[in-house]
Design a protein around this ligand. Structure first.
Ligand code: SF4
Length: 613
């Protein structure tokens, strides 16, 4: 086989994507280019100009694969998709599937609302944000609603109201549902809110002042006084907001900081001249030049359903900047500019974003140090074989008897990694057999993990000695060694038969120790383990809700004529489980609320005639 250098001359001179692969065929790096051959060749020329990490990558390259595209823009999109598919070690990979919350002003409605959304949709609605945290957004929403009493109810509720709700009584809504404000007046208020959100404070205050004077001339003193208070309030709010830019264009200012082995990119969101906040992202420094890291970041960060500002400030020009602008303009449906300013206010903003990137790295390093200590302490105190960098935790949820699912969450270096969370629909176990279900889930998960050589450091089960035994059985069956296994049982409350007054906290079961390991309630180790278990539980519940929404969950009771959802719920509440309902006689069934003797007979017949699943 030709060496990569020898292959260069045969590469196409077209736009497209190139993939550097190692001898095993693993993709090391994906890049796009206007001319594939020229771009790929540049890597193998003048090695003295390359840094150590790029050289290390080039040493591993055994093959170059190319995909030709019609245009450079197509190459840009393809490169992005290939990075997501292959996770190449030397590309930056933005782990950011979260959508940050924005405010949406629904201009398509007769009486628009202001709501929190996470996805941007094309259409007449206006979006403001994104806000870096739910707290800052809620604060903004509360403030705007105080200044402008916009309705908060959903459309279905709005159209069914005859009288206004409590929000009107409390002055939080102007009551459009029941004619307390007409569409023109409401529209005027929406316009004012929009001016405020867009930063046209001066014009807004002028407008309100004129309105106040008019009300006063018309002898509507009460209304004039309300507007006066509103003006004062807005002035106070404006005073508190620090203006960082006078041109009021929405812009993201991309801070960039490289230190030792890490690159931090920190966009600051500047909206209507004010900073809403920012978000930091850290990547391992792979030797790829700053310009390429920035370019790759922008392409992964901005997407169709995310807020794209009109201007993006970057610290250095990036390759194919015009092309990136064109692509973003298409995504937004409005002109987007990418600028790399060298002086003035914009440069100062970039410096501020850079400082934030640096601070983010310091905070991250401190946090990681703390997490490192915590994981080390966990190893010591729980007598583990390894530091538990990769933890998998399981929760079995068995709502309404017959429908069960297992959930697995994954924590890496002390942080949840949601890409690796999994659900398991129980396939082989019937009834409320917790151990059987745990066995099925663990066997399925670890059979695959053994095949793929993808075992964690620690497996954490929700439960006691019984669950732990199941885990051990599965590990024995699959011949898994070197993976720690623990189960965590909830604290018992006073009154519980097994409550131990001297050891009231949660307890950990370890396969090699008969003695349980107890933690005090304030123990940071326990808080961490609790966090993992709660996350597994939350994930399980979310799955059940999803299934229920899809109509997939109904207990066997739903199959009986005359047993609707209300009766089903009443029965389960009364007996506690499907198993107990099955065991009840007709008389006992009749005791349950909403169950007539005839229905009780039907129920009994269903469970005792072989019809029931
Ligand atoms: S007062 Fe009417 S319009 Fe306002 S929130 Fe209540 S129901 Fe909706």
């Amino acid at each position: 086989m030709d060496s990569p250098e020898e292959k260069i001359d045969c590469l196409p001179n077209n736009p497209g994507v190139y993939l550097f692969k190692d001898a095993q065929g693993t993709v090391l790096y994906v890049g796009k280019a206007g001319n594939i051959r020229r771009r790929a060749a540049s890597y193998f020329q003048r090695s003295e100009e390359k840094d150590a990490k790029t050289l290390a990558m080039l040493e591993k390259v055994a093959d170059i694969e190319t995909i030709v595209t019609h245009t450079e823009k197509e190459a840009l999109i393809l490169e992005n998709n290939l990075i997501k598919a292959h996770h190449p070690r030397y590309n930056i990979k933005l782990r950011d599937d979260k959508n940050y919350p924005c405010l949406r002003l629904s201009l398509e409605e007769e009486f628009p609302t202001l709501s929190i959304v996470r996805r941007i949709k094309k259409g007449p609605s206006l979006y403001f944000g994104p806000y870096p945290s739910a707290t800052s957004l809620k604060e903004a929403l509360r403030l705007i609603r105080r200044l402008f009493p916009i309705r908060t109810c959903r459309d279905a509720r709005f159209s069914n109201r005859i009288r206004p709700c409590i929000n009107y009584e409390m002055g939080r809504c102007s009551g459009p549902c029941s004619g307390k404000i007409d569409q023109v007046q409401y529209g005027e208020m929406i316009h004012q809110a929009r001016m405020f959100l867009e930063g046209s404070d001066k014009d807004l205050l002028e407008r309100l002042k004129r309105k106040m004077e008019k009300e006063s001339e018309d002898l509507h003193f009460e209304s004039a006084a309300k507007i006066r208070d509103q003006i004062e309030h807005i002035k106070k709010v404006i005073e508190k907001q620090k203006i960082v830019s006078r041109d009021f264009v929405d812009q993201d200012v991309i801070g960039f900081h490289r230190e030792d082995h890490t690159v931090v990119i920190h966009p600051l969101f500047v909206r209507a001249g004010k900073i809403l906040g920012g978000k930091g992202f850290a990547f391992p420094s792979t030797g790829i030049p700053d310009e390429e890291v920035l370019s790759s970041f922008l392409r992964q960060y901005y997407r169709e359903d995310r807020f794209i500002p009109e201007r993006i400030l970057i610290p250095k020009s990036i390759p194919e900047q015009g092309l990136a602008e064109e692509w973003l303009t298409e995504l937004k449906g409005k002109r987007v500019r990418i600028l790399a300013p060298r002086k003035g206010d914009k440069k100062a903003l970039l410096q501020m974003a850079r400082d934030n990137a640096e601070k983010f790295l310091i905070a991250k390093t401190d946090y990681e140090e703390e997490r490192g200590k915590l994981l080390g302490a966990l190893k010591e105190q729980l007598h583990l074989a390894k530091i538990p960098r990769r933890i998998e935790a399981f929760d079995i949820s068995n709502l309404q008897g017959g429908y069960a699912a297992g959930s697995m969450v994954f924590f890496e270096d002390g942080k949840p990694n949601k890409d690796r969370y999994r659900h398991f629909r129980i396939k082989t176990v019937e009834g409320a057999d917790d151990y059987g279900m745990m066995y099925e889930v663990l066997l399925r998960r670890y059979r695959k993990a053994v095949e793929k050589n993808d075992l964690p450091d620690l497996v954490l089960l929700d439960g006691g000695r019984g669950q732990l035994n199941v885990g051990q059985e599965v590990f024995k069956e699959l011949r898994i060694k070197g993976v720690d296994l623990l189960s965590l049982a909830k604290a018992r409350r006073a009154g519980d038969r097994r409550f131990h007054p001297e050891k009231p906290g949660e307890k950990v079961f370890h396969p090699q120790y008969k003695e349980l390991i107890f933690f005090g309630e304030q123990s940071p180790l326990l808080r961490f383990l609790d966090q993992i278990r709660d996350e597994a539980h939350r994930f399980a519940i979310a799955y059940h809700k999803k299934l229920r929404k899809k109509g997939m969950i109904r207990s066997a009771l739903g199959e009986i004529r005359g047993i609707g959802r209300d009766r089903e719920k009443a029965l389960l509440n009364h007996f506690g489980s499907l198993e107990r309902i099955k065991k009840a006689n007709v008389e006992e069934l009749t005791q349950a609320p909403k169950i007539t003797p005839s229905l009780a007979g039907k129920l009994y017949a269903f469970f005792h005639s072989g019809q029931a699943p």
